[in-house]
Design a binder for this molecule. Sequence first.
Ligand code: HEM
Length: 577
Amino acid sequence: MGTMDSFVPPFGLGKLAIPDNLNINISRTTVFFLLPTALLLTWYITTVTIQYYRLRHIPGPFLNAITPLVLTYHSLKGDITEYTYEIARKYGPLARLQPNMVVYTDPDTFRRICSYKAGYTKGLWFEFSRWDLNSYSCIAMRDNPRRKDRKNRIAPAWASGGLAKMETRVDKTVHSFLDLIERNYISSEPKDKSTAARPYGRPMDFGVRSMMFTLDVATSVTFGKAWGFLESDSDVNEYLSTSEKMLPSFGVLGSLPWLVYVMHAWPINLLMPGPGDRVGFGCLMKFATDQVNKRIEAINSKSDPEKEAPNKKDNVDELDIIRSYLNNGIPYADVVQETITLVVAGTETTAVAFKFALLSLLTTPSAYNKLQSEIDAYYSSHPSASPDDIVPYSAFKATSSNPEDISPASSTNSFSYLLAILRETLRLWPPSAGLFSKQVPDQGDTIHGLYLPPGTEIGQCMLGMGRHPSIFGTDEEDVKSFRPERWSEAAEQDRIDGGNRFEKMASTVELVFSTGKYVCLGKHVALMELGKFFVEVLRRYDISIVDKITPIKVRDPIVWLAKDFNIRFTRRDISTQ
Ligand code: HEM
């Protein structure tokens, strides 16, 4: 039994008298720690209880309703997309994923949330796409009127004129990839043994090379000049290796978005990437800043090519996205953010589609052969095409009158099977599988009969949308398989009974690029890259998997990262095409 003296508590609370007769055997130090801990615990329990009660009517696991850490755990474990899908399937159509987050899988809810009319704003989830808390890119803007204004300012660069310039850059990157195969990765008899790849027949890790491809496209589309990953066949500025290390932390931020403010606060912000870094993401920041500065200097100087030759349309290096953004009144610091966002938004996403499309083809020989026949038939019917030509986007692009419609099959499209493969890939492995949460507006909302109070975060489960048996197939097993034929079957069925299955399937898959006020600006660039790549690579080469037992290693902290996807290329005879 001991007595305690009075002691001075922290925070200037004055002298706290502890009565001599209080029969507690604790030290002063313990009290110092116990008091704040008890206060913190009380605050935490109250908050959790309030949050729990706010959405207690939404079905979901109890643990998810009281802590956001379940999602953090699955992000670190690397199975976050599958986990979210399981929750949505088990507890849906609207399930509780976190204390203040619900998730849904139906396309109609998706469309409504993304419409201007519904009044939803972007959720906290998007905070992690801010590299600098003092400036904004459109994707990170959460205030509706401001982001509408910004989108109107950035959209012109992506209209048809801009897209045509981007196509020349995509073509150049496809050529760089073909050169890379010939230089380093060809397994057939070398054309010229003196310059043949060394070591001869080396496999290519397509997990890494697909990222290099999309990075070269994104940097050349954004800055007018590729960083040259494919040309050097190396990890320029160690961008890939540092991004790979950073991605798991993005996963954690996706589940605990408020951590972004902690990360940007001193002294933790000193650990964040910055333009002074010699490697990684900081290099992209520096490059983006330099490129924007260069355009501003050009605008201010007499040698501004646009002032001297305003009609010189083919000057693709100068009349570019950055110029357009500056001309449209976007502030300097925000233009820098927009360009960084373009590189980030356009690379990992498109690379996911590349990897899973190729994996699906290599593990489905019937689809692989059918696609190659379609490509050969196209070139046989275009005898004037030279072996160096790259298929134009117009050969496989949307033919519908709706400009938002990415690629409906039509009887005149020579590449309907290619489109079926791309759709099937995006359906099964949506590259935008993250939650991309939005916030319920001030008046609240009711979804599937369940009331959502204002401020509730609502996340999308793209995996669930792409695997809806009622939209895509007969049963759960069928919708899980990669079966490009389902698209021609649906079109045929519609022709017989006048239904609209095909349209419903196509418009659901299209949602991987979002819709309404959030629609992806780069979707045509992404489709261009994918279509051109598969046509031109499979036209010239046969591809095989090296490791037949484990063809690919996938981890999913927030987006599917795949590596050790080793493939071999052997040359095809295209002289007879
Ligand atoms: C298969 C590849 C791609 C997919 C699945 C995809 C998906 C998406 C999605 C879902 C969004 C909307 C996010 C939201 O606000 O809810 C988005 C936005 C955006 N994407 Fe893509 N994207 C792809 C490729 C690209 C490419 C290649 C570029 C550019 C080169 C790009 C640039 C952008 C930009 C700038 C935005 C922001 C638009 C805005 O803020 O309103 N994306 N993308």
